[in-house]
Design a protein around this ligand. Structure first.
Ligand SMILES: NC(=O)c1ccc[n+]([C@@H]2O[C@H](COP(=O)([O-])OP(=O)(O)OC[C@H]3O[C@@H](n4cnc5c(N)ncnc54)[C@H](O)[C@@H]3O)[C@@H](O)[C@H]2O)c1
Length: 334
């Protein structure tokens, strides 16, 4: 079967998804590139050989020549367009977050449960990254003893916009951490605190978060969107008998001028290239078989990340620890 894909939102992520499906995955064809900006849709369609372009997402979802949808439009469009996909009976690979509102995530979950099957695969691609997979395996094998803590660092070269805020670091960047930590540790968060140091300029300062889990573990996360030196994501899981940490992913080392050095990625697309590829391959299998890929984040995971993010933004704003009170996990997502 060839899965005819529509990509909705042809910016940075949409273009990368188009490239992966067009150039790296047999079994997919690019049917429609849809973007509010027709010229953007045309440019990406021409670059990757899509059959058609469009500017109206809702009508693209209804097209009979579209088997499945990739949502890479801005955050606020994800929930309504996901629900349109559920109503149309089409599988969707939805970029993170499902929604920045936990209440809206619940609406999506309800729509999915009422439809009686999972349609939404969420784009928390770090679950496919080998380093996190090995951390999870180490945790569940018991080789580290009881896991006590996880340290996490998320550093970008610079913020995408000058009006980026500390709250956005929590609701936009940190959800990747919230999701992958839940995945690696196999637990849920119960509280979050957040602080920011003062920078010497007007750029957004790093955010430091400390979270507690229901199993009495402590997690810290630094999100530094203006780290200047490179895209750098690291984590270390600390158990009573040992630790496991991510290694830098680099193919070469330069020796020059009495120095020995390696390079950083510019952003996530190269650092997580293999994870995106695996995620998108699983999406094709999901469309073909109807079986939801076990490793992937679903709408419930989207709700959890959204609630933690909202609580974190609240903690930063009010300068106090915020309890994370999750709803009971619906039967449908057990
Ligand atoms: N998984 C990851 O690692 C990762 C990384 C970056 C961004 N993201 C997520 O991907 C999404 C897209 O981010 P981006 O960096 O590509 O943004 P972008 O601004 O580069 O691209 C978004 C595109 O969507 C188009 N658009 C806006 N509204 C639309 C609509 N209603 N219908 C169709 N097109 C519409 C815009 O014209 C733009 O071309 C965001 O939700 C973001 O959070 C995920």
């Amino acid at each position: 079967m060839t899965v005819r894909i529509a990509i909705i939102g042809a910016g940075q992520m949409g273009a990368d998804h188009a490239r992966i499906f067009a150039e790296e995955l047999p079994g997919a064809s690019l049917q429609v590139i849809c973007d509010n900006e027709g010229a953007t849709a045309r440019r990406i369609a021409d670059e990757f050989g899509a059959v058609d372009i469009a500017t109206d997402a809702e009508s693209v979802i209804l097209r009979p020549d579209v088997d499945a949808v990739v949502l890479a439009s801005p955050d606020f469009t994800h929930a309504p367009l996901s629900m349109a996909c559920i109503a149309a009976g089409k599988n969707v690979l939805c970029e993170k977050p499902l929604s920045q509102s936990p209440e809206e995530c619940q609406l999506v979950m309800r729509a999915e449960a009422e439809a009686g099957q999972k349609y939404i695969q969420l784009g928390f691609m770090r679950r496919y990254d080998r380093s996190y997979i090995e951390m999870k395996e180490a945790n569940f094998s018991g080789s580290l003893g009881r896991v006590l803590m996880m340290h996490n660092f998320h550093r970008n070269v610079e913020t995408p916009a000058l009006d980026f805020t500390g709250a956005m670091a929590i609701t936009n960047s940190a959800p990747h951490e919230f999701d992958v930590i839940r995945y690696v540790m196999g637990t849920e968060f119960t509280s979050i605190s957040a602080w920011q140091p003062k920078r010497s300029d007007d750029l957004v300062a790093p955010v430091i978060m400390v979270l507690e889990t229901k199993d009495g573990q402590i997690v810290n996360i630094e999100v530094n969107n203006n780290a200047a030196y490179g895209y750098d994501v690291k984590a270390e899981l600390v158990g009573e008998k040992g630790t496991i940490s991510t290694n830098e992913v680099t193919h070469t080392r330069i020796n020059s001028a009495l120095q020995n050095s390696t390079s950083y990625d510019v952003d996530w697309r190269t650092r997580y290239a293999e994870a995106y590829r695996q995620q998108n391959r699983d999406f094709l299998t999901f469309v073909e078989t109807g079986v939801f890929p076990e490793i992937c984040s679903d709408s419930w995971d989207g709700y959890c990340a959204s609630l933690v993010a909202e609580s974190g933004a609240n903690a930063l704003k009010n300068n106090r620890k915020i309890a994370i009170n999750m709803i009971a996990k619906p039967e449908f997502y057990q």
